[in-house]
Design a protein around this ligand. Structure first.
Ligand code: 5GP
Length: 309
């Protein structure tokens, strides 16, 4: 694990409100006089309920700024050299969506570390198409926002409902990543693949046709090992689709998804994959180099020339 920790790494799939420190959440809950317990083994619906607990306290600009700063510190500690944070802008009693985003950007700009950080604006399936349009408009305000992504409870709404929004995002030069096949829904999965996103997230329940299309079109996949195992109820990583894609030399990034929910770190996720599939440090370096090419901001060209892996 130490060797993995020392490797410069790339994180492409990390949700802001899923990546805050547990102590910080407990502190916020106490400050607000809220008493919420949370369990380790969460079903998908329970996990989404935990997000609402987090959202119920991350309601002020200072707290948004704090959780962003702490997330940056935590990822830099893992020797992450490039980080994409994804989040859906939120308006509360105490802040507008713009203030929410301003707080994130402020924390990123003031961060003293060496890590390059960019933002993907999330479109939440559970929210309206109007909210999605609003979010895309907001993304235009910041050079840090390099892309948009589609997430939220997959049991609610279809990608097709938001197609126009993503077509527009692409037209204005935004890169697009889509959470795909988190539940068995081949129709939705095929709609997503036909759109040809720049990246796909998860890809847990793929039928053969969909899997072949992804491979033929070389659409890169963000794999979140612990999160995917939880989604699919796997007891061993050996049954995870990583193996199928890796052996076919498909572009893959290893990511955390939600460090709070999964009690994980980026190094732990690499370790889990390396242990299961008997990967060497050189194999991991190859994965890191490949995943750097999947990033939505061109930082790797100069980075790896100066710091060869
Ligand atoms: P936020 O956008 O509030 O910063 O991050 C938390 C949100 O990310 C959740 O409310 C949820 O919409 C989304 N999210 C986090 N993890 C997952 C996941 O594994 N699957 C899906 N579909 N959405 C997720």
């Amino acid at each position: 694990l130490q060797e993995i920790q020392a490797l410069p790494k790339v994180e492409l799939h990390a949700h802001l409100n899923g990546s805050l420190r547990k102590e910080t959440l407990i502190e916020f809950l106490a400050e607000d006089g809220k008493n919420e317990g949370f369990d380790k083994d969460l079903t998908m619906d329970e996990a989404f309920r935990l997000f609402s607990v987090v959202h119920s306290v991350v309601t002020r600009p200072d707290r948004v700024e704090r959780i962003t700063r702490e997330m940056l510190e935590d990822f830099e500690k893992e020797n992450t050299v490039y980080l994409e944070i994804r989040t859906s802008p939120k308006a509360t009693q105490f802040m507008t969506k713009l203030e929410y985003l301003n707080s994130i950007i402020k924390a990123i700009r003031e961060f003293q570390g060496k890590m390059v950080t960019k933002v993907l604006i999330s479109v939440n399936r559970a929210q309206s198409v109007e909210a999605a349009w609003e979010n895309i408009e907001l993304a235009k305000n910041y050079p840090e926002c390099v892309g948009v992504e589609f997430s939220g409870n997959p049991n609610i709404a279809k990608f097709r409902d938001f197609l126009e929004v993503f077509n527009h995002a692409r037209d204005i030069g935004m890169k697009v990543s889509i959470h795909t096949a988190e539940i068995p829904d081949n129709e939705d999965t095929l709609d997503i693949i036909r759109f040809r996103p720049d990246r796909l997230g998860h890809c847990c329940y793929l039928e053969t046709e969909a899997e072949n299309l992804i491979i033929e079109n070389r659409i890169p996949i963000e794999i979140c090992p612990s999160s995917n195992m939880a989604t699919m109820g796997l007891t061993s990583m050996i049954d995870h689709h990583f193996g199928r894609f890796y052996t076919r030399s498909h572009p893959i990034a290893i990511c955390t998804d939600d460090t709070l929910l999964l009690n994980t770190t980026l190094s732990k996720e690499y370790y889990l994959v390396a242990e299961t599939f008997h990967l060497t440090i050189d194999d991991l370096k190859r994965i890191i180099r490949e995943s750097a090419l999947m990033s939505f901001f061109d930082w790797h060209t100069s980075y790896f020339t100066q710091n060869p892996l």
